[in-house]
Ligand binder design. Structure first.
Ligand SMILES: *[C@@H]1O[C@H](CO)[C@@H](O)[C@H](O)[C@H]1NC(C)=O
Ligand SMILES: *[C@@H]1O[C@H](CO)[C@@H](O)[C@H](O)[C@H]1NC(C)=O
Ligand SMILES: *[C@@H]1O[C@H](CO)[C@@H](O)[C@H](O)[C@H]1NC(C)=O
Ligand SMILES: *[C@@H]1O[C@H](CO)[C@@H](O)[C@H](O)[C@H]1NC(C)=O
Ligand SMILES: *[C@@H]1O[C@H](CO)[C@@H](O)[C@H](O)[C@H]1NC(C)=O
Ligand SMILES: *[C@@H]1O[C@H](CO)[C@@H](O)[C@H](O)[C@H]1NC(C)=O
Ligand SMILES: *[C@@H]1O[C@H](CO)[C@@H](O)[C@H](O)[C@H]1NC(C)=O
Ligand SMILES: *[C@@H]1O[C@H](CO)[C@@H](O)[C@H](O)[C@H]1NC(C)=O
Ligand SMILES: *[C@@H]1O[C@H](CO)[C@@H](O)[C@H](O)[C@H]1NC(C)=O
Length: 495
């Protein structure tokens, strides 16, 4: 079953080993050969089926490799690149039956604390005020741990905790036992993007939740975009009351990083920023970036910055946050041992994520990572790309767990970048022709309101070139299998 050279030029290590074995075995000892063949198959089964994930032999993704990045130095802007997905049915068939292994940590609980005694620095009424010692202890990975993870007050996450949610919505959220796709629009800052290319299975089984604040709700109701059904396309719209922070971007970190608390029964979640439009089926995304990589947390790398110090400087220059707070955070991490990125850190390929998409399996160790990352965001600046590598590396130093950091161009394959509403409204003529990355549903073009000032990130991330027909069809190359053969590319994303 592993020696299938029939389709797509299947050619990897396992089949080579088999050929090698057959050549080596003495011809006369056919019995021995059969025996060794049997044990070989058993060994393979243990290695590649029983223990972990493997793609079905002969599928075109075995031999898929990314084309080399364009050599032209001038064209280094963000762009999409082809990704080899399995067909939806194939991806669904490969959904792991059991949760991934969670190294060291098996029992993670969350601190509930109504007292809220402030201490030396940082924290909030929503995330609590963990002391520096508590912070230190939270990185000492043990089998059973209890950590701050937002929602420190109240009956449960979403009820009297801040970031409050109506009981009927909480009930629906609790019913999500499989895959959640979540997004949020706070401050009427983006337009709702409808996912496309979603399979019927996903429409039935995947929960799509869009969190909005009451400002966005009023705005949507005024433009009759939202009715009593609280559904817009595939999205179930959930209004959040008592947002914990004044900064909408900081509020956005709650559903982004704490999806395991909002959806306590879900197995997988995909977070996407409100400005993004999903154009690939969630099963295909999970298969490509989690299951195929044996990963329980995946995020894209920043398209050009790999170094936290450079990222911090860029944030300062772009006035993303006040300089003093960024400096304070960077100095703190430096004293803890943060060093500039260099190839000496390989196999780590980047210290800076582009965090507008987060792909997770909810197992204790990845949940811990998300909690600790949130705690850094709560204690320091809300620029989560500054704290990411510190949290990752502290966990990595204690376990073999890590994050799959895939290419930014791969992310751009499955989410299209819309523009924030303020940019849309200042453009003339409105850039709403088919085939541009500005993909908003037809009704949404009637949405007009005063956007919040100076909170845009569009400069960083607008794709320079419109996705072409060619690129779009690449996305579906799983059914064609015309990619160049190259072995050993499957794990290139790791770290
Ligand atoms: C995932 O695990 C399986 C089995 O342990 C292994 O064969 C495969 O190479 C791993 N994949 C990656 C990308 O590490
Ligand atoms: C890929 O394209 C073919 C037709 O070219 C279509 O039948 C199939 O459903 C597509 N697959 C996916 C996963 O979109
Ligand atoms: C997990 O930890 C909590 C708090 O320490 C404890 O109450 C609970 O019994 C533990 N659960 C398991 C299954 O060990
Ligand atoms: C949700 O809760 C808020 C505040 O508790 C209330 O004003 C609103 O009417 C509720 N909405 C629904 C649909 O139940
Ligand atoms: C996926 O969605 C895009 C629009 O977002 C569309 O142009 C494309 O044809 C779709 N692909 C498939 C396979 O349906
Ligand atoms: C913050 O720092 C950046 C770069 O170091 C600098 O360009 C900018 O002027 C500073 N902003 C303020 C308000 O001092
Ligand atoms: C936002 O704008 C105000 C005034 O318009 C300015 O004082 C403030 O520094 C700006 N903040 C950011 C993050 O750009
Ligand atoms: C991590 O180590 C455990 C055993 O301690 C092993 O079962 C697991 O496969 C390892 N995971 C990775 C990604 O290497
Ligand atoms: C950022 O955007 C503003 C307006 O949206 C524009 O004036 C400025 O030139 C842009 N900067 C870069 C570096 O693209």
């Amino acid at each position: 079953m592993f020696v299938n050279n029939g389709s797509g030029g299947y050619n990897n290590k396992e089949s080579n080993v088999f050929v090698w074995l057959v050549k080596l075995a003495p011809r006369k000892k056919v019995g021995m050969l059969l025996l060794s063949f049997a044990s070989f198959v058993a060994m393979l089964w243990i290695l590649f089926i029983a223990r972990g994930y493997t793609l079905p032999p002969g599928n075109p993704c075995e031999t898929f490799t990314l084309p080399p990045p364009p050599a032209d130095k001038k064209r280094t802007g963000p762009r999409p690149c082809p990704v080899c997905y399995l067909p939806v049915a194939g991806a669904i068939a490969l959904m792991p039956k059991a949760p991934s292994y969670s190294p060291v940590l098996h029992n993670l609980t969350y601190i509930h604390d109504e007292s809220l005694i402030k201490n030396e620095f940082g924290g909030s009424d929503f995330g609590g005020y963990p002391s520096l010692k508590q912070r230190y202890d939270s990185y000492d990975i043990k089998e059973s741990m209890s950590v701050n993870c937002g929602f420190v007050r109240g009956d449960r996450p979403g009820r009297k905790s801040g970031f409050d949610i109506n009981d009927s919505d909480l009930f629906h959220m609790d019913q999500c036992r499989g895959i959640v796709v979540a997004s949020a629009i706070f401050g009427a800052y983006d337009l709702i993007n409808q996912p496309t290319n979603i399979s019927e299975t996903s429409k039935r089984n995947v929960c799509f939740f869009m969190f909005i604040d009451d400002e966005t709700e009023k705005f949507m109701r005024k433009s009759s975009y939202l009715d009593a059904s609280m559904k817009v396309g595939v999205w179930r719209i959930v209004v959040i009351y008592n947002l914990p922070y004044t900064d909408p971007r900081r509020n956005g970190k709650v559903p982004k990083l704490l999806s395991h608390r909002l959806f306590p029964n879900a197995r997988y979640s995909i977070w996407m920023d409100g400005k993004l439009k999903l154009v690939v089926d969630p099963y295909q995304i999970l298969e490509r970036f989690l299951w195929r990589e044996n990963a329980s947390f995946a995020i894209s790398r920043h398209y050009k910055r790999f170094d936290v110090f450079q990222e911090a400087e860029a944030n300062k220059v772009a006035a993303k946050y006040d300089n003093a707070s960024i400096d304070f955070q960077i100095d703190f991490y430096k004293k803890e041992g943060l060093t500039p990125y260099s190839t000496a850190k390989l196999p780590i390929r980047s210290d800076v994520p582009e965090g507008c998409v987060v792909i997770r399996e909810h197992v204790p160790i990845s949940n811990l990572f998300a909690c600790l990352w949130f705690n850094e965001v709560d204690r320091f600046t809300s620029r989560d790309q500054i704290s990411f590598s510190t949290v990752r590396d502290k966990i990595r130093s204690k376990t073999n767990w890590t994050v799959n950091m895939f290419w930014d161009c791969e992310r751009r394959n499955f989410v299209l970048q819309g523009y924030h509403r303020d940019v849309l409204e200042h453009w003339a003529p409105p850039p709403l022709r088919p085939g541009t990355p500005v993909v908003v549903t037809s009704q949404s073009s009637i949405l007009i309101n005063t956007p919040p000032k100076n909170s845009t990130e569009v400069n960083v991330s607008i794709p320079k070139n419109t996705p072409s027909k060619k690129r779009r069809s690449n996305k579906n190359s799983s059914s064609k299998g015309h990619r160049k053969a190259a072995a050993g590319t499957r794990s290139r994303n790791k770290l």
